[in-house]
Design a protein around this ligand. Structure first.
Ligand SMILES: [Zn+2]
Length: 225
């Protein structure tokens, strides 16, 4: 049986995590976010978490060897046998080859989708974002401000800007993203496995568009790895 790897690319703030969850629900494949796994490690304060934290706060990337090991273990689990959705991985060509190398030739069909949004739009989305440390409610200083000023209108806790949403850090994250993703997009495009979707529409519209691409590739037997 050929399993399907759906790989999502999208800059920070493009809604990639949301799209991965919607896709997971529609297809019944697990959505595997390296970002979530790493944040859990940060919260737990493990050695891995402390290493990850220092890289994330400076807008950089967590070392490949750490991430590879986490992903490999996750893909070995039972619920990945039909397919899986990767969000935040691979970030390098060696990692792309690492993924395809985990499966026998012809046993993995790869569908890669890039969510396309302008950097200026993303910068506004992220640097305007505020979060309540009390109840986790999210706000945006212009688009969805709190009714209680700089406090949460649900629980009264003071709102905060996450360190990696600060404007200079977002600029750096976007630069890092583009620098690292361009070669991967070229890599998958050369294998006829890459499609781009317009990420400026509604969450639902973007989701429909991605599902359409996946189903089309499923119907065509999808290009092998
Ligand atoms: Zn709150």
């Amino acid at each position: 049986m050929t399993r399907i790897a759906i790989i999502l690319f999208g800059p920070p703030g493009a809604g990639k995590g949301t799209q991965a969850r919607l896709l997971s629900r529609a297809l019944g494949f697990p959505a595997i976010s390296t970002g979530d796994i790493l944040r859990e490690a940060v919260a737990a304060g493990s050695d891995l978490g402390r290493t990850a934290k220092s890289h994330m706060e400076s807008g950089g990337l967590v070392p490949d060897a750490v991430v590879d090991e986490i992903v490999k273990e996750r893909l070995a689990r039972q619920n990945c046998t039909r397919g899986f959705i990767l969000d935040g991985y691979p970030r390098t060509i060696p990692q792309a080859e690492f993924i395809s190398g985990l499966f026998a030739p012809g046993k993995l069909a790869t569908v890669v989708v890039g969510i396309d949004v302008d950097d200026d739009v993303l910068l506004d989305r992220l640097s305007g974002r505020r979060i309540c440390p009390g109840c986790r409610k999210m706000f945006h200083v212009r688009k969805s401000p709190s009714g209680a000023g700089d406090r949460c209108d649900e629980c009264g806790t003071g709102l905060v800007l996450r360190p990696d949403d600060a404007e200079e850090v977002v600029r750096e994250r976007l630069q890092v993203y583009h620098r690292n993703t361009k070669p991967l997009i070229d890599y998958y495009r050369a294998r006829d496995q890459y499609s781009k979707v317009d990420g400026s529409g509604s969450v639902e519209a973007i989701s429909e568009c991605i599902l359409g691409i996946v189903r089309k590739r499923q119907g065509a037997g999808a290009a092998g790895n």
